[in-house]
Design a protein around this ligand. Structure first.
Ligand SMILES: [Zn+2]
Ligand SMILES: [Zn+2]
Length: 190
């Protein structure tokens, strides 16, 4: 049974009816959609309602339909060093074979080895949601940076060092602090 709860973007459930029983034929599609759920990891991702463009080629094979997709979107997140905003383009391709259910069932006799999780053509449609989600998530960095050489935050006071490159603290050894107080007093006296 297809798991309909996993279908978060209906535009990505695409009819392959014209390909049915016609190996060698193909369909070109360009699909733009808004994400129903954000696509990403906890630090960066395509936000909910983010626009995603998908260029799709669906090719009819004997055993099923081969989907080749090119995804373009804009991801947003937070720099792991300075916690500033990070935006980056996501450009990623994926390829997924959707087997015809009758082929998937007959794998033993056909001598072909399909994974248990092998996606199938369901009701003459293919659901590209998992493929698009996986491709986008895998393309995103685990430690996003606002720029490669982001200097991060000041360990003393936490200001972003990129905004205040000359930022410095007087590094006073606590043992000298007493002496400094004395000197300050002297200055005031003088
Ligand atoms: Zn940063
Ligand atoms: Zn500081």
């Amino acid at each position: 049974m297809p798991d309909t709860s996993a279908v978060d973007t209906p535009e990505l459930v695409v009819s392959v009816k014209p390909l049915s029983g016609r190996p060698g034929t193909s369909i070109d599609r360009a699909i733009s959609f808004k994400t129903a759920q954000g696509l990403g990891n906890g630090l960066i991702g395509v936000p909910t309602d983010g626009i995603v463009h998908l260029k799709l080629l669906l090719e009819a094979l004997l055993e099923g339909v081969l989907a080749t997709g090119q995804v373009n979107a804009q991801a947003a997140g937070q720099c792991v060093r300075c916690l500033g905003e990070v935006t980056m383009p996501v450009e990623v391709t994926f390829q997924e074979l959707f087997v015809y259910p009758e082929r998937a069932d007959g794998t033993a006799s056909a001598g072909q080895d399909f994974d248990e999780g092998q996606p199938t053509v369901v009701g003459q449609t293919v659901d590209l949601n998992p493929a698009v989600r996986d491709a986008v998530v895998l393309a995103l960095p685990f430690g996003p940076l606002c720029r490669d050489d982001c200097p991060g935050l000041c360990p003393q006071c936490g200001v972003p060092l990129a905004e205040q490159p000359d930022h410095a603290h007087q590094m006073v050894d606590p043992r000298w602090a007493v002496l400094e107080d004395i000197l300050e007093d002297k200055k005031e006296e003088g």
